[in-house]
Design a protein around this ligand. Structure first.
Ligand code: M6R
Length: 614
């Protein structure tokens, strides 16, 4: 999704710093890049479709200098990814530059009105309209801040914007509504950006902005306001601003590749550490016991998320039912609007989101709250919107995840949610206190088991991935294995561009098996709750499928000859270990398949790390 960064400094050094920030935003997914600087009193804009390094070179960005600069990575929503649609966008006079993340909903009517008032709109974007609205405000004699308030009260939709006015060359103006934006407070320089990752080299102290806030930063000052219902500016006091300052613990090193060829493989290998951090940070966190009480006593429990986070929710729903005997309804965030009517007072929803900024998840959460439900957030990015909007926040501690594919955050979510299920089991009476404690003690070994699984999986996954013959595959599992299969197939699709379809293995004979013919690849995710998956493997094999069964080594299955079995580390019959044992193989298979085909696993086509649009 689009990324924004703006830096204003006492030194004339900000252009390379903005480019570095854009580099850190690349992981969000983008198709175009641009910057604007104020140099000798005039605004200079350089932008183009393409990759950051190419645009910096061909658009001459590295030759620009100045003490104030805004930059943008664009992920196309309004209009194709062509040069003219890249941000920043300027007004008719070329003296106001705007970068934007979000979608302006009343785009068509605004465009018509602006054109009828004589503005020349050059791009297909909604963003350019903001520049023209600001221009009108200045023409009416308003200050830059006044023109921001005027323009923003005319637009509907979502935005995080940063603006340069050449008439006010020492300040970056900004505003936020339903799209993430964070202020970074540095020494002799201040910044604004879409996320903390972009600010790691600029500032340790940050202020996450709330919806409806706007203001400006200079090299040494910050002014923050709330936009009132009639477009009036309500100042936010310096004391309130100071009370909202947070200190970032992530380091620039944690967001670098550290010698690995790609972020994805680095993050796969970081899983044992991420799990250890998540375990240590959660196992005695009183918020887990508090959440568990809320969940067990709830009228109904839902778990909502998108993509991989939804799959972690599926694992949770399985664990809550089997371990704690609490039914949990899993909900795909974007589908929530069609089934929200059933929600009411007494319900609790667990919202799972790595970024804490996914539009669909946030919208679902807002609706749950409106209907009276309580919200427990499971979040990796602290101070994100979900963190701020949850009644209770539970943190995975996976560190920054840059690769578009969720890997270490998935298993960290599973770790946290499995721990939560043990607290629920204790509260529901399904486990005694000492049994629950024993479960948690055992979960402390999951980081080590994951490390063993990565070591065992890597050579086999590399061999199969490099063979590169898979175009279309089934990934089948039963019970817990069917949720892991869903995550495996998502990885194969998004990273290796393979048509991978996950099915509960028992369901496969109700239709999907019709596709199976000689040589059709079928991966089986065998878990110890469902040994009869061997029957499904035989059914597939009997129809000529090339079956590969992945399983914990100590799970004994009756598997006839001719079916390939990949034995991964043993689970000692402890089912909660099995996501940690089975998932890395599929992450690595996706990674090596993508690399073998020449795809970039960190930036798969058409995808964004954080999906902040509907
Ligand atoms: O930040 P979130 O966890 O809310 O993101 C949800 C999905 O967009 C995300 O998991 C997506 O499916 C990933 N590309 C999966 O690898």
């Amino acid at each position: 999704m689009c990324g924004i960064i703006g830096i204003v400094s006492r030194e004339e050094d900000v252009v390379p710093r903005v480019v570095d920030g854009l580099k850190r935003l690349e992981y969000r997914g983008y198709d175009s890049v641009g910057v604007a600087v104020v140099s000798a009193g005039s605004l200079v804009v350089r932008k183009s479709a393409g990759k950051l390094a190419d645009v910096v070179r061909k658009a001459g960005i590295s030759r620009l200098s100045g003490g104030i600069c805004i930059g943008h990575t664009r992920w196309a929503t309004h209009g194709p990814p062509i040069d003219v649609n890249a941000h920043p966008h300027v007004d008719c006079s070329g003296s106001i530059a705007v970068v934007h993340n979000g979608v302006i909903r009343n785009f068509s009517s605004l465009r018509e009105q602006l054109e009828s008032r004589g503005h020349t709109i050059r791009s297909d974007t909604d963003t350019e309209l903001i520049a023209h609205l600001l221009e009108e405000g200045l023409r009416e004699g308003l200050s830059p801040l006044g023109s921001m308030a005027r323009a923003l009260s005319m637009v509907t939709g979502s935005y995080a914007i940063a603006v340069l006015f050449s008439s006010d060359p020492g300040r970056i103006y900004f505003a936020r509504m339903h799209s993430p934006l964070i202020l970074g407070l540095g020494e002799g320089s201040n910044a604004v950006a879409s996320d903390v990752t972009a600010l790691l080299d600029v500032a340790r102290r940050v202020v996450p902005l709330n919806d409806g806030e706007l203001g400006w930063i200079s090299a040494t000052e910050v002014a923050l306001y709330r936009l009132g219902g009639n477009g009036e500016l309500v100042p936010i006091s310096p004391a309130e601003l100071a009370s909202r300052i947070k200190v970032i613990e992530w380091t620039p090193e944690s967001a670098s590749k550290a010698g690995y060829p790609h972020f994805m493989i680095k993050e796969i290998y970081e899983q044992p550490q991420a799990l250890l951090e998540t375990y240590n940070g959660s196992v005695e966190d009183p918020s887990l016991a508090r959440s568990a009480r809320l969940l067990v006593d709830a009228r109904r429990v839902y778990v909502v998320g998108a993509g991989t986070s939804y799959h972690a929710g599926l694992v949770f729903s399985y664990m809550a039912a089997t371990l704690a005997r609490v039914p949990v309804y899993p909900v795909i965030a974007s589908e929530h609007p069609y089934m929200g009517n059933a929600i009411g007072e007494g319900d609790v929803v667990i919202a799972v989101s790595q970024s804490g900024e996914t539009y669909d998840t946030l919208e679902a959460v807002r609706d749950y709250k409106k209907r009276g439900a309580r919200v427990i957030g499971v979040i990796n990015v602290v101070y994100s919107a979900l963190d701020r909007e949850s009644d209770i926040s539970l943190y995975t501690r996976a560190g920054p995840e840059i690769g578009v594919a969720a890997t270490k955050t998935f298993l960290s979510q599973v770790m946290l949610l499995e721990l939560l299920a043990t607290f629920m089991a204790e509260h529901s009476g399904a486990l005694t206190g000492s049994e629950a404690l024993e479960y948690r003690r055992k979960l402390g070994k999951a980081p080590r088991i994951t490390q063993d699984s990565i070591a065992a999986s890597d050579p086999v996954a590399r061999f199969l991935g490099e063979r590169g013959s898979y175009k279309s595959v089934y990934v089948l599992g039963r019970g817990l294995g069917s949720s892991i299969a869903k995550e495996a197939s998502l990885k194969l699709k998004e990273i290796a561009y393979m048509h991978a379809e996950a099915y509960p293995a028992g369901e496969s004979k109700h239709g999907p098996i019709a596709l199976v013919e000689k040589g059709f690849p079928v991966f089986m995710v065998a878990t110890s709750d469902s040994p009869h998956i061997s029957g499904n493997a035989m059914e597939m094999s009997a129809r000529g499928a090339e079956v590969v069964v992945t399983k914990p080594a100590d799970l004994s299955l009756e598997i006839p000859r001719g079916i390939k079995v990949i034995d991964l580390p043993p689970s000692q019959g402890f089912l909660p270990y099995e996501p940690f044992i089975l998932t890395p193989f599929y992450q690595l298979l996706s990674y090596y398949s993508a690399v073998a085909k020449g795809y970039d696993p960190d930036k798969p086509r058409n995808l964004a790390k954080t999906v902040t649009v509907e």
